[in-house]
Design a protein around this ligand. Structure first.
Ligand code: ADP
Ligand code: MG
Length: 419
């Protein structure tokens, strides 16, 4: 698409020349000679540039043959860009407007040029700043329902879905990172793990906790074998960008076919950790209590919006091989379809809780920690906040059946927060 040369990483200097020929780009953002290029600093794995012209701006994201945050000692193939591109397109079709539109994809250069989201900020930062986002729960709940339902055999034409399943089965390398870093490392001794000083004994106790390891093993099996729908695959609060009115989803390079509860659980697990981190940053006062309450309402709201939208799609778009209207509506048993929906939602809820719990463990015991906790300067206080999150996460992993709905999750979070 660009000049037909072998892969070469872009930099601020070479980018305008290399991208000048990309079809439609000058039309979109103005002539290349006026482009201003900045590198965005906070990417973990890839190079990300903002390219601003006289008419507008785009993001240019390019994979490197290694993980950017670690360097060339951690080689990673360029193919992740191919999976990110295909996921951006599919997820964007399933919930139109919720993901940046792709303008250029160059497979050889492992490069995606897409909408620049502005004035959006990363949700994680917004939660740390204490912003209230009144539409976030609905927008994210609907996004989850639409992408998870529409990528599954409940909705998709089966030959098409199987082709996609085969395509995303190629994302072996990034799936492998999740398999190791989320489901295995945190529960054993590994050189990649790290814990906050003061939490060593807690970590050792959890790694000796057979019930917890059995739950982690069961969740890993589900993750690896239940190819239910196309997942984002890394759906945490760093993969959502927000304004007060709008929420967008970025960075689906970990996309693959897996269980519906995985994306929902990762998201809710991160919201719960944001909740537990607040006590490490702000004095205990009315404003903090109000914000903590809002985060818990958000957890409840995301699930209710998911459930409502999922039910709507179930009733109106159940056109896939697993839709089974033959068994229910067509035979005059519409109530049977509602019973099937209720059973399915119960399953997804149960998985969601388990995956939320495992996300909370891996961010505290594993390699990739989250800024909400990492920026708590007082290490004793940080360890206390993390210990509470672990206690909650353990309950979610071990006793998902004891939570009949998200209000029970909020209730437990409140009671754990005060220990
Ligand atoms: P990586 O996969 O390397 O972690 P991300 O896709 O998360 O990279 O992008 C890194 C950062 O670049 C994001 O945290 C965000 O600040 C910025 N960014 C990425 N995509 C966009 C976009 N479409 N619009 C605006 N900013 C973006
Ligand atoms: Mg990424």
């Amino acid at each position: 698409m660009l000049d037909k040369r072998p892969y070469e990483p872009l930099d601020v200097g070479t980018l305008p020349r290399r991208l000048a020929a990309a079809p439609g780009l000058a039309h979109r953002i103005g002539p290349a000679e006026h482009w201003r290029v900045r590198e965005v600093g906070d990417g973990n794995l890839n190079l990300v540039f903002i390219v601003e012209g006289q008419l507008g701006a785009v993001i240019a994201k390019q994979a490197l043959p290694y993980a950017r945050c670690v360097g060339d000692s951690w080689p990673l193939s360029l193919e992740r860009s191919y999976f990110e591109y295909h996921a951006l397109v599919r997820l964007g079709q399933r919930d139109p407007g919720r993901l940046p539109q792709v303008h250029v994809f160059d497979q050889e250069q492992a490069l995606i040029v897409m909408d620049y989201l502005t004035p959006h900020v990363i949700l994680r930062k917004s939660l740390m700043a204490g912003d209230v986002l009144p539409l976030l729960d609905r927008q994210m709940g609907q996004y989850l329902a639409r992408t998870l339902f529409r990528g599954s055999d409940f909705a998709m034409e089966t030959a098409h879905r199987k082709r996609d399943l085969a395509l995303f089965a190629g994302n072996v390398e990034l799936c492998g990172i999740s398999e190791d870093l989320i489901f295995t490392d945190p529960f054993c001794v590994s050189p990649r793990n790290r814990v906050t000083p003061g939490l060593e004994e807690d970590a050792a106790a959890l790694r000796a906790d057979r019930a917890l390891k059995l739950a982690a093993a069961a969740l890993k099996r589900k993750f690896a074998t239940c190819a239910e729908t196309l997942l984002h695959g890394d759906f945490h609060s760093g993969s959502v960008m927000v304004t007060a009115q709008d929420s967008r989803v970025i960075d689906p390079e970990f996309a693959f076919y897996g269980p519906m509860g995985f994306d929902i659980g990762a998201f809710l697990g991160n919201l719960l950790m944001a909740y537990f981190a607040k006590a490490g940053h702000d004095a205990e006062d009315h404003a903090r209590a109000a914000y903590e309450d809002w985060i818990l309402q958000l957890v409840e709201g995301v699930w209710s919006a998911f459930e409502a939208e999922f039910a709507r799609l179930w009733r109106t778009e159940r056109t896939g091989m697993l839709g089974l209207a033959e068994l229910f509506e067509d035979g005059g048993d519409a109530e049977g379809a509602e019973a099937a929906l209720a059973a399915l939602l119960r399953d997804i809820w149960r998985d969601t809780l388990g995956f939320a719990g495992i996300e909370m463990h891996r961010r505290i015991l594993g390699l990739a920690h989250i800024p909400e906790f990492e920026t708590i300067a007082d290490l004793t206080l940080r360890a206390t906040c993390e210990r509470r999150a672990l206690a909650m996460g353990r309950r979610l992993m071990l006793q998902p059946d004891t939570f009949s709905d998200p209000r029970h999750v909020s209730r437990l979070a409140r009671s754990v927060r005060t220990v």
